[in-house]
Design a protein around this ligand. Structure first.
Ligand code: PPS
Length: 288
């Protein structure tokens, strides 16, 4: 979905309300990445907030204090958005920083650093559905006309942060790099504990079983939905219309089946195959 008011930076659409030429230029060309930074990178609606919760709980060895006190979008701000830099300056190290930026406009200083990236992906059909509902509650977006017209925009990449296909193909160029860890929303759903253990290993964080249990306990959909600092109910009503729906909506995989007609699913598959034909990578959702 596009925002109500957009601009393009190097061809990629961004919402004017939360981003500016200056904020993206700063993110790309000026932002000083520190060697111990941990970047939580996603295409929107892929599990960004879930990963914010997990990473901060790992950092705090399962202690819930921060998650109970600070709204989730301030714990690990999206460093490309307006005003985020001030918030990032207040983070303790290692800083956990979120971003939806495609790799081609990501912080230049990252590529010469030892900072790490955790890249979370999700079945794009479910991303689409999640975003379709999100657009109805958040004032940032232009209101969706029909699911079909939104679907066409999504598949053409005429959406904020650009094409899902380009995002995933771009970031997965780093898949063999030691600083890069990729995971899927579907794996998190299937085996949250196993994923937490793998993430700890990647980060070099040694947590005992009890701390890992706490990370898992506090990052389930139910726990996050009940935590007012994690469920986005702290967002002002003029930004998010809480009467129309919830940020923590369903938290499942395969909800697209409740939204797509057979024709829409086939149309999606056709474009997906065309766009991914040249890309030699087996995605978790293609196998399950
Ligand atoms: S955003 O706006 O891009 O930052 O959104 P993002 O956080 O990437 O994605 C929101 C979807 O993630 C779901 N979610 C979870 N699912 C399962 N378990 C946990 N703990 C969890 N936390 C967030 C959230 O419900 C959105 O998905 P949908 O399908 O809309 O429910």
């Amino acid at each position: 979905m596009l925002a109500a008011d957009n601009f393009r930076y190097k061809g990629v659409p961004f919402p004017k309300k939360s981003h500016s030429e200056e904020s993206i230029d700063f993110a790309e060309n000026v932002f000083p990445v520190l060697d111990d930074d941990i970047f939580n990178i996603t295409y929107p609606k892929s599990g960004t907030n879930w990963m914010i919760e997990i990473l901060n709980l790992i950092k705090n060895k399962g202690d819930i204090t921060l998650s109970n006190q600070v709204p989730i979008y301030m714990r690990s701000p999206w460093y490309e958005s307006i005003g985020s830099n001030e918030q990032i300056q207040t983070l303790t190290r290692p800083r956990i920083i979120s971003s939806h930026l495609p790799i081609q406009i990501f912080a230049k200083s990252f590529f010469n650093s030892k900072a790490k990236v955790i890249y979370t992906m999700r079945n794009p059909k479910d991303i689409f559905v999640s975003n379709y509902h999100f657009a109805k509650i958040i004032s940032l977006f232009k209101q969706p006309e029909s699911l079909q017209s939104c679907l066409e925009e999504f598949l053409q990449g005429n959406v904020i942060y650009g094409s899902w296909f380009d995002h995933v193909k771009g970031w997965l160029q780093m898949k063999d790099d030691d600083r890069f860890f990729f995971i899927t929303y579907e794996e998190l759903l299937q085996d949250l504990r196993g994923c937490v253990v793998r993430i700890c290993k990647f980060l070099g964080q040694e947590l005992d079983d009890e701390a890992i249990d706490l990370v898992v306990k506090h990052s389930t959909f139910k726990s996050m939905k009940e935590n007012k600092m994690s469920n986005w109910t702290t967002m002002p009503d003029d930004v998010m219309d809480h009467s129309k729906g919830s940020f923590m909506r369903k938290g499942v995989s395969g909800d697209w089946k409740n939204h797509f007609t057979v024709a829409q699913s086939e149309y999606f598959d056709k474009i997906y195959q065309e766009k991914m034909r040249d890309f030699n990578f087996k995605f978790f959702w293609e196998e399950n």
